[in-house]
Design a protein around this ligand. Structure first.
Ligand code: AMP
Ligand code: ZN
Length: 115
């Protein structure tokens, strides 16, 4: 599975940087954002290093579908009952800070810190 040794999220996948895991399988990892905007704020990432949403191809469609499908399950497990947001920042103009594809999933009672 392609990994980037300098990538912070690849290091989380490898267990070299600790994270608070919410979900894990062979392809995906879900973990709590270190600076949450909302009472529940998890990041869903592919374990494979894909830098941005711009870099996906047809071979990633099933993976992307699984990321979206996982979001409501994690929110439900975290007690979110009144809706949530999903967000993928892509590239510099999309204000992506960590160059490893990730989907933010945010929910819980408002007000939130951002968004
Ligand atoms: P983005 O701007 O979409 O690239 O968001 C990157 C997110 O990763 C931010 O919300 C950060 O708080 C989060 N983040 C960065 N480093 C870590 C980490 N070590 N553990 C958990 N979340 C992180
Ligand atoms: Zn990576």
């Amino acid at each position: 599975m392609p990994q980037d040794p300098n990538c912070i999220f690849c290091k989380i996948v490898a267990g070299q940087i600790p994270s608070k895991k919410a979900y894990e399988d062979a392809e995906l990892l879900g973990f709590h954002d270190i600076h949450p905007w909302a009472p529940a704020h998890v990041l869903i990432i592919p374990k494979e290093h894909i830098a941005t949403h711009y870099d996906v191809g047809p071979e990633h469609e099933a993976l992307l579908g699984r990321m979206l499908g996982l979001a409501p399950r994690l929110m439900r497990e975290l007690g979110v009952v009144n809706g949530f947001r999903t967000l993928i920042n892509t590239g510099p103009d999309g204000r992506q800070e960590v160059p490893h594809l990730h989907m933010h999933v945010m929910g819980g009672p408002r007000p939130w810190a951002r968004g």
